[in-house]
Design a binder for this molecule. Structure first.
Ligand code: NAD
Length: 250
């Protein structure tokens, strides 16, 4: 069965659940893309852990500074902008993201729930106090380098990225708000996510279990079950603007 745009047009509460794929067309690599340069011999999941940071802080900090530089140099794409437009059209829209970039906010989305934290809010690895960057990283065409993390201004501990690493818990309040939005919504759009990272991947399932229609947008078709789950294959920056345009065209 095909997703009917009327379901979106008449929705009371829409949840957008996004993953790295939504930012791919802004030039930000996903975790499924092959890494290049200094990082080509590392799996992202092996760099995104507290143990990796303990073992080699300069390697891990350098990787995050390389990613932060990429995001600073990127622009929101048509998919990010389509979500901001949809938010102005439907009575209620909640954005729940696994993204650690700020491209949704820069496209005009408000109150984005960042399940996995943000590249722009580092904190001390020892005392957890927030740290303010003193400078923007350089976008290095060669693909980044090792960089010693800065030191906490209070306790001299090493500063770590403000993201949720594999093996760490999600921020409690953000998770609770995301679950409650998933339970309440009537349509959930799941965009550009592999659905492999737990517990985030539960969000679309929770929405389904509570009666919502769930539409997956990904490069390839996603397996769907039942008559409330749908899949649209294509690039988010093409599929979403088309979908949102149809919602506006009454
Ligand atoms: P993922 O890397 O596991 O999967 C990306 C998904 O996006 C894949 O299923 C892929 O087919 C799809 N995709 C790629 N390009 C697309 C496009 N143009 N349009 C639609 N779909 C596209 O990402 P994930 O599911 O978000 O989970 C992995 C972890 O990656 C998360 O914890 C997240 O924090 C982190 N991450 C975030 C960013 C970011 O913030 N931009 C970038 C890389 C990784």
């Amino acid at each position: 069965m095909e997703f009917q745009v009327d379901q979106l047009r008449s929705a009371r509460h829409v949840v957008v659940f996004s993953g790295a794929g939504i930012s791919a067309e802004s030039g930000i690599p996903t975790f499924r893309d092959a890494l290049t340069g200094l990082w080509e011999n590392f799996a992202p999941a092996a760099l995104a852990t507290a143990q990796a940071f303990r073992n080699d802080p300069a390697l891990v900090w350098g990787w995050y500074e390389w990613r932060r530089a990429k995001v600073l140099g990127a622009q929101p794409n048509a998919a990010h902008r389509a979500i901001a437009a949809l938010a102005r059209r439907v009575p209620m829209l909640t954005v729940v993201t696994q993204n650690v970039d700020d491209l949704l906010e820069r496209a005009g989305c408000c109150d984005v729930l960042h399940l996995h934290g943000s590249l722009s809010s580092p904190r001390c690895f020892a005392c957890a106090r927030p740290y303010t960057f003193s400078a923007d990283p350089l976008d290095e065409p060669q693909g980044g380098r090792r960089i010693e993390p800065p030191r906490c201004r209070h306790c001299n501990g090493k500063v770590r990225p403000g993201v949720v690493w594999f093996g760490e818990s999600l921020p409690d309040d953000v998770w609770r708000k995301a679950v409650s939005a998933a339970k309440d919504c009537d349509v959930l759009l799941s965009i550009g996510t592999s659905g492999l990272v737990q517990p985030a991947a539960e969000i679309p399932r929770i929405a389904l279990q509570h009666g919502a229609q769930v539409l997956h947008i990904n490069l390839q078709s996603e397996p769907v079950k039942g008559d409330r789950e749908f899949s649209l294959a294509g690039r988010a920056a093409e599929v979403l603007p088309r979908l949102v345009e149809e919602v506006f065209a009454e």
